[in-house]
Design a protein around this ligand. Sequence first.
Ligand SMILES: C[S@@+](CC[C@H](N)C(=O)[O-])C[C@H]1O[C@@H](n2cnc3c(N)ncnc32)[C@H](O)[C@@H]1O
Length: 157
Amino acid sequence: MFAPQPIGFVKSPYTETSAIPKGLNAKHDAEGVLEILPEFAAGLKDVEGFSHLFVLWVFDRSEGFDLVGAPPVDNRPHGVFSTRSPRRPNPIGLTVVELLRRERNSLLVRGVDMLEGTPILDIKPYMSSIPAEKLRRGWLAEAESAFVDPSRGLHSE
Ligand SMILES: C[S@@+](CC[C@H](N)C(=O)[O-])C[C@H]1O[C@@H](n2cnc3c(N)ncnc32)[C@H](O)[C@@H]1O
């Protein structure tokens, strides 16, 4: 194993978890900055060419974990490894963000769902070669099909 070391920190508009959009109709379009520490900045070479990035980060304000729990979007319990719960045995978050631009060792991005000051563990270019028709969304698909968005009527994603 290794001792994780932050490569940087998130500048986010969110200082409280309650402010971060949640639920089936949640839109994650908040802008933020991934500030990479100077000693890791050389690793950003060529990142500008990618439209989207995977960001791996630490749920540093989460304590403990639940192997089974009901997520906010469903009232049925699910195993932690079939959810995106912050309460996990290894408190690692994964967010796909859109890269808007780079300014030296700062990446301006859209789509943050992390709190201000969240430690960043890694950044990788986003790629997916899995065709949409091959993706299954498990229990989430059932929760979505039962969901009625008051602003849009029946939710159909
Ligand atoms: C449902 S998790 C999903 C995070 C990520 N997209 C993932 O899939 O791993 C997002 C929630 O994590 C919580 N959160 C965000 N930053 C956090 C932090 N630094 N420490 C603990 N909880 C955090 C907030 O409540 C936010 O709504």
